[in-house]
Design a protein around this ligand. Structure first.
Ligand code: GLY
Length: 364
């Protein structure tokens, strides 16, 4: 998702772009992502530069998807759902009150809703509900619709799309990057190489130790379901402690997600998925009638401070756009804009620059 968005925007700015994809577009984390565009729900008081970037990206989304739709002739799957965060008991209600106060102190638009009001908004919610927050500006998109639409837009803008082309090593002469070597040995020459390979970004050979960026995988297990009766069980994205449910507007739903530190493990396990289902069904009982379509796990590319790394790396010609953690889909429009400015020679904000991690000395 991130690589495609950047490639598209870079081609629009007149650059000659080749995009190397080792499998198929969106085959990694983008395929697993629920697609929440939720900067306000995900806001943390300690991550304000990230919040500002996320709010800008969220505001850019309607125009971004309209442009993708126009350029590709495809529906990118954007849905202005709004979001409801709910609490089941007194402890959760107190936690929600604190969340409300924190968001209000940051000037974010959040509305406190009594349980009865929340059930009027979403009649499928259980009577067990204690309190809710309405976050009308947090929405969702279906990444499995957006990714092919972006690929079509990128191709029409002149990007050379190479699927099944696994970048194996960076080609470096002196201290300057001059291309990429593919698994089969072919060398693709380039003035600049931008690595946007999610959590696998650190696996390209030939990047000297001091130019590496700190990344680790954080596993998320998720399930996809559909309602044979069609849409209507839930219209807003729903957040409960430890879980969320994202409606696609047509009777399909995504229930996620675990947050697990298990290295590069994408196995699907019974216990965490049972807990997600148990908690979600307690608040949305109708979920138990849904058909289970898919259980899947993905790997969030995570940095030490949870913010992405966008911009120049420690070799001339090397650029990064990775480390988007929980927010890759949300941050794609703003990342693409910033990454293209960096490719043209601008510096990123320090809080998003790869150089904030000591070992990465930026070299334009
Ligand atoms: N963006 C939600 C998640 O990573 O689970």
């Amino acid at each position: 998702m991130i690589g495609l968005a950047i490639a598209w925007r870079a081609a629009q700015r007149g650059m000659k772009v080749t995009l190397l994809e080792r499998e198929d577009f969106g085959a990694g984390t983008s395929r697993v992502a629920a697609g929440m565009i939720a900067p306000i729900s995900e806001a943390r008081p300690t991550e304000q530069p990230l919040l500002r970037f996320a709010l800008a990206s969220s505001r850019a989304y309607p125009e971004f998807v309209a442009e993708v739709a126009e350029a590709s002739g495809r529906d990118p799957g954007y849905l202005a759902t709004g979001t409801l965060a709910v609490a089941r008991d007194r402890d959760e209600a107190e936690a929600l009150e604190r969340e409300l106060a924190m968001r209000q102190s940051l000037g974010l638009p959040v509305r406190r809703r009594l349980a009865s009001e929340a059930r009027t908004l979403e009649p499928g919610l259980a009577p067990a509900l204690r309190l809710a927050l309405e976050i009308s500006d947090d929405h969702a998109i279906d990444p499995r619709m957006l990714v092919p639409a972006l690929a079509a837009a990128a191709e029409r803008a002149g990007v050379e799309l190479r699927v099944g082309a696994a970048a194996q090593a960076l080609s470096v002469t002196g201290r300057r990057v001059d291309g990429v070597v593919l698994a089969g040995g072919e060398r693709v020459a380039a003035e600049q190489v931008l690595i946007a390979a999610g959590v696998w970004s650190g696996q390209l050979r030939g990047v000297p130790e001091e130019a590496q960026v700190p990344l680790r995988p954080v596993k998320g297990q998720i399930m996809r379901l559909h309602d044979p009766a069609g849409a209507g069980l839930l219209t807003r994205a729903l957040r409960i402690p430890g879980a969320y449910i994202v409606p696609r507007g047509d009777g399909r739903y995504v229930l996620g997600a675990t947050v697990e530190e298990r290295g590069f493990d994408t196995t699907v396990t019974a216990g965490p998925l049972f807990e997600l289902l148990r908690d979600a069904i307690e608040l949305l009982p109708g979920l138990s009638e849904l058909v289970l379509d898919e259980l899947i796990a993905g790997l969030r590319p995570t940095t030490p401070d949870n913010a992405p790394m966008i911009g120049p790396g420690a070799l001339a010609g090397l650029q990064w756009a990775t480390g988007h953690y929980r927010h890759g889909i949300l941050l794609a429009p703003a990342t693409a804009e910033l990454a293209v400015r960096c490719l043209l020679g601008e510096e990123p904000p320090p809080a998003l620059s790869p150089a904030r991690f000591a070992s990465v000395a930026v070299s334009c």
